[in-house]
Design a protein. Structure first.
Length: 397
C-alpha cells in the first residue's frame, strides 16, 4: 500500500541557518509563564540564505501535547516587524495546525519565501490551548513578544504585545539551497551564547563569524549557535549536559560540515570557591567535580562522534576568568592544562585559541580590560568581536 503524498525528485539541499538549544523552563533560566490563546512572535537573524525555509518547533520539555493553531513567517523590516507583503502561512503536513507530542519536536513544511543571508525573520506561532510548560531558551538575544489571540495573519506587532524574557518553542530555521552548503555548529556555554553582548543586536562571536564568512569568496556563512549559558560538558545543571545534547543539537544539523567544541564551565565550577555569594549559584550544578582527564576524554568523544557523521572537529581553548567570583588558582591551573592539551594533542582539525585572544599580557589569568562585560568572565561586544576576528576562516572552507 502506498500513500497518496507526492514526493517530487529534487537535487536541492537543506542546511540549518539559525538555532537555539531547547531548555527546560526551570528556576535556572528566565522561563516563560503559561500561555493560552496567545501568539508567540520572535525575530531571528539567519546566517546564510536560501529560497525556501522551514522551522523547527520544540515541545521536548513539555509535559503534555502542544497544539499550534496557526503559524506564519515573514522577512523583517528594519524595525523588527514584517516587511513588504503579508506573512506567509506555515503548514505542517499540509495542514495549518498541528499537535506536537510531549517530549518531541516538529518540523514545518517548506515555505516559499526567499531569504537573504543575514536577514531577519519574523516567526509567529499561535497557541490556542493552555501551555503550562513552555520549552524555552533562557538567554534571549533576539526580540520576541506574546500577543493576545491569533496574530499570525498580521504584519504589525500591536501595542499590547508583551516582551518575552526568553526564547520560546522555536529552536531552528533551515534553508533550502540549490547547491550543498556546510554548516558550522558551535557547542558552547555562556561565552558562545553571548552573555554580555547587546541583546537583539547579533553581536555574539558566532554572529560576527557568519558576517566574516559571508564576505569571504567561496565560503558559506551558515553558523549555528548552540550555546547554553551555564552549560557543562559532563553534568546537567543549566541545560542538559553537552555530551548528552550533542546528538540533538549538533549531529542532527542538516548540512553539518564543521563542529566547534567551546565549553569551559566544567573547569570553572569544579574548582570555584564556595562562599556566601556563590553558594546559591553553585547549588544549581550537582555532581562530583571533574578532572582534567575527564574533560580531555569528553573532547575526544565529541570529536570522534562528529567525524563519524562526516564533520570536521575543532576545539576552542578556555579563556581566562581571573577576577570573577568563580576564580580559583586550582581552577586556573586546570584550565591551563586543558588548553595546553587542546593546542598540542592533534586531536582536532583546528584550534580556536580564544585564551590567547582574551588574556591580559600583564596577567594571563585575566581577560584584558575592555573585552569583558565588567564581571571578568563574559565578553563585551568588543570582546566577542575580537574572538570572531581571530578565527582562521580557511578552517571552514
Amino acid at each position: 500500500m502506498t500513500s497518496g503524498i507526492t514526493r517530487p525528485a529534487t537535487t536541492e539541499h537543506w542546511v540549518r541557518t539559525w538555532g537555539a538549544s531547547p531548555q527546560a523552563p526551570d528556576s535556572s533560566v528566565s522561563s516563560i509563564e503559561p500561555l493560552e490563546n496567545t501568539t508567540v512572535r520572535q525575530v531571528v537573524r539567519v546566517s546564510g540564505g536560501g529560497h525556501r525555509v522551514r522551522v523547527r518547533v520544540s515541545n521536548e520539555y513539555g509535559g503534555t501535547p502542544l497544539t499550534i493553531g496557526a503559524a506564519a513567517v515573514a522577512v523583517a523590516d528594519s524595525e523588527g516587524g514584517a516587511g513588504e507583503g503579508s506573512p506567509r502561512a506555515v503548514t505542517f503536513g499540509g495542514r495549518p495546525f498541528t499537535t506536537v507530542p510531549a517530549g518531541a519536536p516538529v518540523l514545518s513544511d517548506p515555505v516559499d519565501i526567499p531569504v537573504a543571508a543575514l536577514s531577519r525573520l519574523v516567526i509567529s506561532l499561535y497557541l490556542p490551548g493552555r501551555v503550562d510548560t513552555v520549552t524555552c531558551h533562557g538567554t534571549f538575544h533576539a526580540l520576541g513578544w506574546t500577543i493576545p489571540g491569533d496574530a499570525t495573519p498580521h504584519a504589525s506587532t500591536p501595542p499590547d504585545a508583551t516582551p518575552m524574557p526568553a526564547g520560546a518553542l522555536l529552536t531552528a530555521v533551515e534553508a533550502q539551497t540549490a547547491t550543498a552548503s556546510k554548516a558550522v555548529a558551535v557547542l558552547g556555554d555562556s561565552r558562545v551564547d553571548g552573555i554580555g553582548s547587546t541583546p537583539g543586536a547579533d553581536r555574539r562571536w558566532t554572529d560576527l563569524l557568519a558576517e566574516r564568512l559571508l564576505a569571504r569568496e567561496g565560503a558559506t556563512p551558515y553558523v549555528i549557535n548552540q550555546g547554553i549559558g551555564g552549560n557543562r560538558l559532563l553534568n546537567d545543571g543549566i541545560g542538559t549536559a553537552a555530551v548528552a545534547r550533542f546528538d540533538r543539537d549538533i549531529l542532527s544539523t542538516p548540512g553539518l560540515g564543521h563542529v566547534v567544541i567551546a565549553v569551559g564551565n566544567d573547569v570553572v565550577f569544579s574548582f570555584a570557591p564556595r562562599t556566601e555569594e556563590t553558594a546559591g549559584f553553585l547549588d544549581m550544578f550537582p555532581g562530583a567535580p571533574v578532572t582534567v582527564d575527564d574533560i580531555v576524554a569528553a573532547h575526544l568523544q565529541l570529536a570522534s562522534r562528529a567525524r563519524a557523521h562526516g564533520a570536521k572537529a575543532y576545539a576552542a581553548t578556555i579563556a581566562p576568568y581571573g577576577g570573577s567570583e568563580m576564580y580559583s588558582d586550582d581552577g586556573d591551573k586546570a584550565r591551563e592544562q586543558v588548553n595546553a592539551w587542546i593546542r598540542s594533542s592533534d586531536a582536532f582539525d583546528g584550534v580556536l585559541d580564544f585564551d590567547a585572544v582574551w588574556r591580559d599580557p600583564d596577567d594571563p589569568t585575566r581577560i584584558r580590560d575592555g573585552l569583558h562585560m565588567g564581571d571578568h568572565l563574559h565578553g563585551s561586544d568588543a570582546g566577542y568581536a575580537a574572538l570572531a576576528d581571530a578565527v582562521d576562516l580557511s578552517l571552514f572552507d
